[in-house]
Design a protein around this ligand. Structure first.
Ligand code: ATP
Length: 306
């Protein structure tokens, strides 16, 4: 098996007496999307900064593209692209000039060609000759990501790439990220948006107070939390009472005229519940399966419902 594109063992980091990372282990196979999900201050940016050689860990080891992030920083930097929460865009240069500067910094001879190609891929051809001050938030993020892609890095760190974007711009970013993955690029993504992690990731780790509290596919994480149920609403109290007698394990709400039946969301369990109700009239039926929101609330203390 190929060695992972990104691997970390026992990463620790403190600022003063504040412990920020308390022993992080992770492994990201090549060509996959890994999301680090966590509330504000959980340590997501700190993890990205260590893996991308911007800061050093106090303890533990990490390898990116097979290189040690603490000892082979230049090799790591050659293989990666990083898009942070604060864009690297130079406000005094046009979009195209920003890309050209990036190509120069990376000592690439064919800067004009690269800039032209990226402007067209990121739908910034017209904007390319304008100053970033005239760009929308979504355009700035696209330019920032385009700059990250100069030199064709095979491993990309995206630190909260869609924070503050409207739903349409967010979806455009998702399409761009999916195209990169289809091209074999490895993506390490941090996000506070559960839907984003759900949509894009092969694997997700939930970070809280500097520790990974759960890791797996979106489906695996959703199975960790209870909360799946079928909700049945009845026209009147007689229907509700009759139904409650046939489904004694259900939670009854006399005011809302509903029964909540624990369920894994499968068609088999739904059919079994309906069979037991027989000819009792149901006014409305909804099936709730746990989503990543439930996982997030269940596993992180910041998100914990009190
Ligand atoms: N340079 C620094 N000096 C002191 N404390 C820091 C420094 N950088 C980060 N921290 C602290 O480390 C903790 C984790 O920060 P980090 O930015 O990694 O969290 P995050 O999960 O990325 O949060 P957010 O979603 O808000 O960006 C925070 O409490 C933060 O205040």
């Amino acid at each position: 098996m190929n060695s992972p594109a990104i691997a970390a063992n026992g990463l620790r980091k403190s600022y003063g007496d504040k412990l920020v990372l308390d022993g992080i282990d992770l492994a990201v196979p090549s060509g996959t999307v890994f999301s680090l999900l966590g509330p504000n201050g959980a340590g997501k940016t700190t993890t990205v900064e260590i893996l991308s050689t911007l800061i050093t860990a106090d303890d533990g080891v990490a390898h990116v593209a097979g290189f040690d992030v603490a000892k082979q920083t230049d090799d790591v930097r050659h293989c990666i692209g990083v898009t942070g929460q604060f864009a690297a865009i130079d406000e005094l240069l046009t979009g195209e000039e920003n890309l050209l500067l990036m190509a120069q910094l990376r000592h690439l001879g064919n800067g004009r060609e690269i800039a032209k190609d990226l402007l067209s891929r990121f739908d910034l051809v017209e904007a390319g000759s304008k100053l970033p001050a005239t760009y929308s938030g979504g355009m700035r993020r696209r330019l920032d990501l385009a700059m990250t892609l100069v030199g064709d890095p095979r491993i990309i760190f995206l630190d909260e790439p869609t924070t503050g974007l409207d739903p349409r711009s967010r979806r455009t970013m998702w399409e761009i990220i999916r195209a990169l993955v289809a091209d074999g690029v490895t993506i390490f993504l941090t996000t506070q948006y559960l839907e984003e992690a759900d949509q894009l990731s092969d694997r997700i780790a939930v970070l809280d107070h500097g520790k990974i509290v759960a890791e797996g596919t979106a489906a695996e994480l959703k199975r960790l939390v209870p909360g799946g149920h079928i909700r049945l609403r009845f026209a009147d109290i007689h229907g509700l009472d009759a139904a409650a007698r046939r489904l004694p394990h259900a939670i009854k709400d006399d005011e809302a005229l509903t029964l909540q039946v624990p369920s894994d969301g499968s068609a088999r369990e739904l059919r079994a519940a309906l069979d037991r109700l027989g000819d009792i009239d149901i006014e409305q039926l909804t099936v709730h399966t746990p989503d990543l929101d439930d996982v997030f609330f269940a596993l992180t203390t910041h998100g914990a419902r009190t």
